[in-house]
Design a protein around this ligand. Structure first.
Ligand code: 6PG
Length: 484
């Protein structure tokens, strides 16, 4: 039997995508380095659809109809290159290799170029939604050539999450565009989660609200404009009791956050394309600080780790808990908007840098279901971009829908950041988001002084607000200005 698609790499994501494809009526050829995984999958789920068992890559390739579609689901990095190297001699012109892992977009660009030169298509596909999404419908962000999408697109759209009848899958752009957009999705995911953590921390530290109580708060917030998957599961996690100790589970989990790298790549790429993704970068740094546990323990002893009282010895904000909670909700919403604004701004910069014509409305539409950052907010983001190109907001915060929302949240946002600083609760995402907002809304920034200082110590020159040209002041001479 000839299969519609082959999947190599049957760890949980690969296995679930293979099952999803089979459940949607495709015949799926299966391959794994050790056949035991293939057999386990067939034994447990072989009834779900048509599968073809193969033991070698050559058998896998032979099992596929032409042009061949081969999905690689191995660990990002060297293993992807190793599989590609093994596949190349077995393939024919026009065949498509798909990488569905979290590969670094520059590697995807390199691989695409290499395979294009050999007459093959290479499609880097961002897949979000974890194990559950892979099985029941993930958000899918494919890059690669438009030609390959004609063959591959319908399959991917069929297995993708469905948002009111629309598939959460669309062609993003050439070469590494799909993996880039997935990377930015993860950057936003980091900032979103860190913001949620800060809301939790300040409500507990300043207002004494225990996890189970906060679980109810998050559940309630999930009926507001904050409604999203991450808020929903926060309520679940905070409500969980540890079976062994009876404590809230959250209190027995080590407070050191792991990371596989996509958030870090987002921050690095933001720096490289010159896009100020400060909230995303802060969320990556927050994970780094969390991992410095030993240092934190020493420092906590040196400085006392408790919540700081105000100079008057009072807790300024916790008097009216309901008002405070509503303030925190607004601070979280505003910070969340900033994370999305920064991520989307970065996509504009990256589009220019890498020659991708990224459609922000379409990208927002793909994130509405299936993925980790799915949120009601994305419908509004789509609306913001659903206008003629010349009317599109240069930054999401400038979209009418959001300027109003931000103005509404602003006093609360400032109160929460001030309270956090007063009481010594770290809120890097809340604070840096507010600083971003305040920087954007300023017509003039102290960067003029930076320029003056650079000119003083390094003759780096500056421009003037009142005339064209480049200037330098003779700082160590008579301090007259010269044109340079
Ligand atoms: C998704 C997730 C997924 C994965 C991340 C987690 O969209 O389904 O983002 O890709 O959970 O890799 O990344 P960290 O381990 O870096 O938190």
């Amino acid at each position: 039997m000839s299969a519609d698609i082959g999947v190599t790499g049957l760890a949980v994501m690969g296995a679930n995508l293979a099952r999803n494809l089979a459940r949607n009526g495709y015949t799926v050829a299966l391959h794994n380095r050790s056949a035991a995984k293939t057999d386990a999958l067939l034994a447990a789920h072989g009834e779900e659809g048509e599968f073809v068992r193969t033991e070698t890559l050559a058998e896998l390739v032979d099992a596929l109809e032409r042009p061949r579609r081969l999905l690689i689901m191995v660990k990002a990095g060297a293993p992807v290159d190793a599989v590609i190297d093994d596949l190349i001699p077995l393939l024919d012109e026009g065949d498509i290799i798909i990488d569905g892992g979290n590969s670094f977009f520059e590697e995807t660009r390199r691989r695409e170029e290499r395979l294009r030169e050999q007459g093959l298509h290479f499609v880097g596909v961002g897949v979000s939604g974890g194990e559950e999404g892979a099985l029941n419908g993930p958000s899918i962000m494919p890059g690669g050539s438009q030609e390959s999408y004609r063959t591959l697109g319908p399959m991917l759209e069929k297995i993708a999450a469905d948002y009111h009848g629309e598939p959460c899958c669309a062609w993003i752009g050439t070469d590494g565009a799909g993996h880039y957009v997935k990377m930015v999705h993860n950057g936003i995911e980091y900032a979103d989660m860190q913001g949620i953590g800060e809301a939790f921390d300040i409500m507990r530290s300043v207002a004494g609200m225990e996890p189970a109580v906060q679980s109810g708060v998050f559940r309630e917030w999930n009926t507001t404009d904050l409604a999203s998957y991450l808020i929903e599961i926060t309520a679940e996690v905070l409500d969980q009791e540890d079976e062994e100790t009876g404590h809230p589970l959250i209190d027995v989990i080590v407070d050191s956050a792991g990371q596989k790298g996509t958030g870090r790549w987002t921050a690095i790429s933001g720096l490289e394309v010159g896009s100020p993704v400060s909230a995303i970068a802060e969320s990556v740094f927050a994970r780094s600080v969390s991992s410095q546990r030993e240092l934190r323990q020493q420092t906590a002893k040196a400085f006392s780790s408790g919540v700081q009282e105000t100079v008057t010895g009072e807790f300024a904000v916790a008097d009216d808990r309901e008002d405070f909670v509503e303030d925190v909700r607004k601070a979280l919403y505003a910070s969340k908007l900033v994370s999305y604004a920064q991520g989307l701004d970065m996509l504009i910069a990256a589009g220019e840098e890498f020659g991708w014509d990224l459609d922000l409305k379409s990208i927002a539409s793909l994130w509405r279901a299936g993925c980790i950052i799915r949120a009601d907010l994305l419908d509004t983001i789509m609306k913001a971009y659903d206008v003629a190109p010349e009317q599109r907001p240069r930054n999401l915060l400038l979209a009418e829908e959001f300027t109003e929302a931000l103005n509404e949240c602003l006093p609360a946002w400032r109160r929460v950041v001030a309270a956090a600083a007063t009481h010594g609760v770290p809120t890097p995402v809340f604070s840096s988001s507010l600083a971003y907002y305040d920087s954007l809304r300023r017509e003039r920034l102290p960067a003029a002084l930076t320029q003056g200082l650079r000119d003083y110590f390094g003759a780096h020159t500056y421009q003037r607000v009142d005339k064209e040209g480049v200037f330098h002041t003779l700082w160590s001479g008579d301090r007259s200005e010269v044109s340079s």
